[in-house]
Design a protein around this ligand. Structure first.
Ligand SMILES: C[S@@+](CC[C@H](N)C(=O)[O-])C[C@H]1O[C@@H](n2cnc3c(N)ncnc32)[C@H](O)[C@@H]1O
Length: 265
């Protein structure tokens, strides 16, 4: 699929209506399955504190960035490719009264415009599955942090081989450009001169949250049918059940990775 089509899929998935539905189903301000649980792990591993300059790559409507700032007092810059997400995130930062510390701007994870070494820590939660050029994202994330800084992220991953038609269906359902594997991320981080601090399989957490999410979807069936129609509800349910099945069958899952940029690079 050409790059423009991936972008179109991302914009459609994270339209105002799309994002509102995801938030309603997930039940928090995060658009990620990894959620606060992974944010807390990242804080623990990277010692984020009031002096930390944090970059959130694929920041959505600001859930993780605002959470990190409120929990640790760090300063956060969030970058997202969807303009509406960025506007909404800045609004939420003001509402949460952290806008002196947390700001969002439009940007592309594969070509970030900040100077190299601007940040202490670069994070991302569940955003990179949408981006075709994951190798470039890793390179950019590592470039963004100073020597000794951290790159810490979660993402949807491929756990075992899928037949190509099925893989395409799952990718479309997730609006994913492709899925990486933990080993690929690990190798790319090593190539970029990082040390791996931790790699955790969070697939069970993803599957559990997805199960809850589908229960929530069924609970708001009449609301969706009223707003759209029965057919749209069936399409949404089918798409999400396909994803849950892929989790249950051990085809896809989640990973949480923390790496540290070596001082010599
Ligand atoms: C699953 S959401 C996660 C948002 C946020 N990390 C969170 O946990 O709430 C993925 C986000 O990645 C953004 N995204 C997709 N492709 C991107 C790119 N190339 N550069 C920056 N952001 C991108 C989407 O617009 C979306 O907001």
């Amino acid at each position: 699929m050409p790059e423009a089509q991936y972008l179109e899929a991302v914009r459609k998935n994270y339209s105002k209506a799309g994002t509102a539905l995801i938030e309603q189903l997930y039940g928090d301000n995060f658009l990620s399955l990894s959620g606060e649980c992974s944010s807390d792990n990242i804080i623990r591993h990277t010692n984020i504190n009031t002096d930390t300059r944090l970059l959130d790559i694929g920041s959505g409507v600001g859930g993780p960035a605002i959470y990190f700032a409120q929990k640790t007092g760090c300063t956060v810059t969030g970058v997202d490719i969807v303009e509406w997400n960025v506007d909404e995130a800045n609004k939420r930062s003001r509402l949460a009264r952290v806008d002196d510390k947390v700001a969002f701007q439009v940007g592309d994870a594969t070509s970030l415009t900040f100077d190299s070494g601007t940040f202490d820590v670069a994070i991302s939660q569940d955003a990179w599955c949408h981006i075709p050029e994951k190798r470039r994202v890793i390179s950019e994330a590592v470039r963004m942090v100073k020597s000794g800084g951290f790159v810490a992220f979660t993402d949807w991953i491929e756990l075992s081989e899928m037949e190509s038609k099925y893989l395409a269906e799952v990718q479309t359902a997730v609006a994913a450009a492709n899925f990486s594997k933990p080993q690929c991320y690990k190798n790319w981080l090593l190539e970029e001169g990082c040390t791996i601090i931790s790699i955790i399989d969070i697939s069970q957490h993803f599957a559990d949250r997805y199960r809850t999410m589908i229960s929530n979807l069924k609970l708001i069936k009449s609301e969706i049918v009223q707003k759209y129609n029965q057919n749209i509800f069936s399409i949404i349910l089918e798409k999400n059940e396909l994803i849950l099945q892929a989790f249950t069958d051990g085809k896809i899952g989640g990973t949480e990775i923390v790496a540290q940029k070596q001082s010599y690079k």
